[in-house]
Design a binder for this molecule. Sequence first.
Ligand SMILES: NC(=O)C[C@H](N)C(=O)O
Length: 338
Amino acid sequence: MTPIGSQRPSVLVFATGGTIGMRQTDAGLAPDPDFPEILESLVDGICGPLGIDPRVNHLLPAIDSANADADTAPRIARTVRARVRTQQPRGVVILHGTDTLAFTAARLAFELSDLGAPVVVTGSQLPHGAPGSDAGANLALALRAAVRAALGAPVSIAFGGELLPAVRATKHDSVSPRAFRAEQPLAPRREGVSAPPDDRDRPSPARGPARVLSMRLVPSVTAEDLRAAVGGRPDGLVLECYGSGTAPTGRPGVPEALRAVCAEMPVVAVSQCAAGGVALGRYAVGAELARAGVIDGGDLTVEAALAKLGFLLDAGFEGAGLMAEMTRNLVGERTPAE
Ligand SMILES: NC(=O)C[C@H](N)C(=O)O
């Protein structure tokens, strides 16, 4: 292998788990202990003819991405940042399970926006050794994209022959090789991630990463359900509203419950619709949400809203500063107001 630092472009491949590295067991698909060696040879086979020098690292233990938690994406970001500092690759490919790939990739788009090396996230629907597996094709697409993208390119997802912006993507098919879809193109006029607030006077938080949850409104929801949704004391809530940002605020107790939740944590409204987003002032029931303190999430996807809110909370934003950041377009995640 040519050493990193030679003229040939180098790529850091960072494997975190997912079906791509699994094999069939009696209990169902599970991480393949032989995957590290298999991945080395898969990557070498793709990179050799392309003139790319790969280096493969693993985040251990490999997981089914259904087991991702609030620290998974921040931990991937921290580790990738440290490896990029020492290895200085031209680009980074991250292998991840598809179930929570869109959540992790969206978070990485905020975390790694200043990395200086393009980051491409991929995985597969079928294990590397399965007949007709999409593992090799997705890996090859991601490796090519990682060396071809501009150094400051936004984090992307390479899957099923497509390159999608991480902050707009969602898993929409549990079987097809085209598992992901970008609900919207990357939003124009990105403002960039702001410097974290000066926190010298703030007590250092003793807790781990922020836990942000989402709740989907359905016609039978009650005020009690709203309160129960935050019973586990998350740090923030993404409310999946109807249409352009409406909720049953005419139902007894709902406005009070919303105000109580907003007093405890930031609440961001997004739409259950794939396009169009929310505009809280449009309907009276939506304006009621804004009056309760709910933040307008524009056309953020659920994944991007969760990622952005968690990222900002972990960076130390709160109150009006947090609300201002949520309504800006940092990395292409939401269409800016005209
Ligand atoms: N295709 C996949 O990767 C699904 C798997 N359950 C995972 O997310 O890890």
